[in-house]
Ligand binder design. Structure first.
Ligand SMILES: [Zn+2]
Length: 119
């Protein structure tokens, strides 16, 4: 299990945007960069925010929350943080199921009530 949060995504945003730009250049998709010229300046603008930038300030620079948002796989709501479960090495450890605290507590409540019913 792993916890991911908007704050953690904010810390990695500059690196992730730079990796995306490098990917576009490496795969010959420079036209995508020309179409979104403002992206080229984002990693430096975000880095200028310091080591612990707020997710909201990154969203302002990017123009949306695509590099900071975290959402729950059950309620589909955007959350500040979620726990990732079901991640396994077989699929590269990249994909899992994300649960927010509300859905996690609801799952716990269902488990406890089931146990009481079965007694
Ligand atoms: Zn949820």
């Amino acid at each position: 299990m792993e916890i991911i949060s908007r704050k953690q995504n904010a810390k990695n945003a500059a690196k992730n945007i730079q990796e995306y730009l490098d990917y576009l250049i490496g795969t010959g998709h420079e036209r995508c960069i020309l179409k979104h010229k403002e992206m080229v300046h984002m990693p430096a603008a975000i880095a200028a925010l310091g080591d612990n930038p707020s997710p909201d300030s990154i969203d302002k620079i990017v123009g949306n929350d695509s590099y900071t948002s975290v959402s729950c796989s059950v309620c589909y709501k955007k959350q500040e943080k979620v726990v990732i479960v079901g991640q396994c090495e077989d699929n590269g450890g990249e994909y899992g199921f994300s649960l927010c605290l509300i859905c996690l507590r609801y799952a716990e409540k269902c488990m406890v009530e089931r146990e009481i019913d079965e007694i």
